[in-house]
Design a protein around this ligand. Structure first.
Ligand code: OFO
Length: 172
């Protein structure tokens, strides 16, 4: 049983996760167009991750007998600059999502909603990993600099990213 405030906030978060998915799909397309198939692949996998994030919230609302309200998804940009600029934008977006998850936790605590607080801890941990992944790639891109051979090697490395584990209901 969720109260209305919590239900509304989780519906907003579903929209943010779907936007994340859309944003990374745009980055994947942009990377393909720039001749970086490994980067394109990395972002395609990220799209799958974000869909899982959205679906876990979706499943949670259903399991709690709450109402799902799907909202319009904002159009993402289609230009992202250099690979380094693109990953800096990715990190900024993830930091925004981290703040949003932390606000949900704050709300769950304020509303004494222990079930939702426990459920949200998966996302708190997931966001550490999300930011860590981006920081790692940013550090590598700084080392790469203007070296085209190194960028080619990094593109090959990003092409190795494995897909996420299939989500089980409410427990990916
Ligand atoms: Fe990338 O963590 Fe969800 O949005």
């Amino acid at each position: 049983m969720l109260n209305e405030k919590m239900e509304e906030a989780i519906n907003e978060q579903i929209n943010k996760e779907m936007y994340s998915s859309y944003l990374y799909l745009a980055m994947s397309a942009y990377s393909s167009a720039k001749g970086l198939p490994g980067f394109a692949h990395w972002f395609r996998i990220q799209v799958e991750e974000e869909t899982i994030h959205a679906m876990k919230f979706f499943d949670y609302l259903n399991r709690q007998g709450a109402n799902v309200k799907l909202k319009e998804i904002q159009e993402p940009p289609m230009e992202f600059g250099t690979p380094l600029e693109m990953f800096k934008k990715t990190l900024e977006h993830e930091q925004f999502i981290t703040r949003s998850i932390h606000e949900l936790v704050d709300l769950a605590i304020a509303e004494k909603d222990h079930a939702t607080n426990a459920f949200l801890q998966w996302y708190v941990n997931e966001q550490i990993e999300e930011e860590e992944n981006d920081n790692d790639i940013i550090a590598k891109l700084k080392l790469v600099g203007d070296n085209v051979n190194s960028l080619y090697m990094l593109d090959n490395e990003l092409a190795q990213r494995l897909p996420p584990q299939p989500a089980t209901q409410g427990n990916a």
